[in-house]
Design a protein around this ligand. Sequence first.
Ligand code: KE4
Length: 422
Amino acid sequence: MTDSKQLFAKAKELIPGGVNSPVRACLSVQTDPLFIARGEGPFIYSEEGRRYIDYVLSWGPLILGHLHPEVKKALLETLEKGTSFGAPCALEIELAELIVDAIPGIEMVRMVNSGTEATMSAVRLARGYTKRKKIVKFIGCYHGHADSFLASAGSGVATLSIPGTPGIPEETVAHTLLAEYNDLDQVEDLFKRYGDDIAAVIVEPVAGNMGVILPEEGFLQGLRELTFRYGSLLIFDEVITGFRVDYRGAQGYFGIEPDLTCLGKIIGGGLPVGAYGGKKQIMEHIAPCGPVYQAGTLSGNPLAMSAGIATLKVLQTSDYKLLAEQTKKLALSLKEILEKKGLDVQVNTISSMFTLFFTDKPVKNFSQAKACEQEIFASFYRQMRKQGVYLAPSAFETSFNSFVHTEQEWQETLRAAEALEF
Ligand code: KE4
């Protein structure tokens, strides 16, 4: 019988860092990753056969938990007919229709295979449609690993960028402008300086990559007004929040309609699916009906489509309000337990997303998130995992609840927290 330790050692010989996505290596929480053998409902099972209550849920896609019966049934039925044809199929229309009917800002949508492809394509479309070069993004927001997003703040904050990683030429991020999340003044200042060359503002309407950070009152509306005023597009990156915050996305929840929306995760039901969509007059600029090129071998493949369709159909009648109440109760109960152990804890939560920040101050942007006690988070993560609770292995990620977690799992989670020692 192989165990996670042996598998990790083997994986590191063949795969950079032994993982196919960096955060899975658990470096920031100073422990080795578990190798997962299977998932079922709210649980995952390590290669050692140990059961964990899963609050990562594949980083968001599995709002219906692992192997939901409807998703499994749809996948098996589709599998009988094949996996991918590289040609149009009816299932692509079915998922497109579900998305167009659900998301207020989407009149037309293009399927891709990841969130990164969705955001990368949306920015290319915005630049092609407006014939402008610059984009505004927010420090701490993550939109996938396309070059123009991997930019770090240069001198000062609201400024031009410098490459955030080797391998990206300065010229590539020269048109990426940065501002602090929730700071409208900085965005207004960027528009005053570069407004007529800003193609788009791209934002996570609820930030999920700094831990959960909520938009302050007026922030999203302010972005909507600024982009209207300067003829730029507003892009909501709803790869996490789409069908997570609300069936209508964060844009439906907050009542703010962007020009373009990026989706991923939940719309694939655990298979690789991303999508970007928006007003027809903008989307019709995408090849082959327009000049802006974008393509993908497996885009819209029937197997992935079927998992997404089955997921959204179940979500259509799921009680988001109840799940939000259950999530808030869990997060606040965890805060109370940890505070009794003498820790400073802030909770940011919305719908089925939550993050515990170890600090005595509110967390409203990346600088404040970075100032939290990351060592305490790492200890919290390691001890909870030892007790059978599987959280995201980073202080800058979101924990996700699901429609298949029950009171039993939440009570078990709280009992695990009661046993922690700091
Ligand atoms: P992917 O290319 O990983 O499918 O999606 C990129 C992306 C785009 N936009 C947002 C708001 C995202 O959160 C993501 C990806 N999320 C991370 C975790 N927060 C995925 C986990 C990982 O990188 O392994």
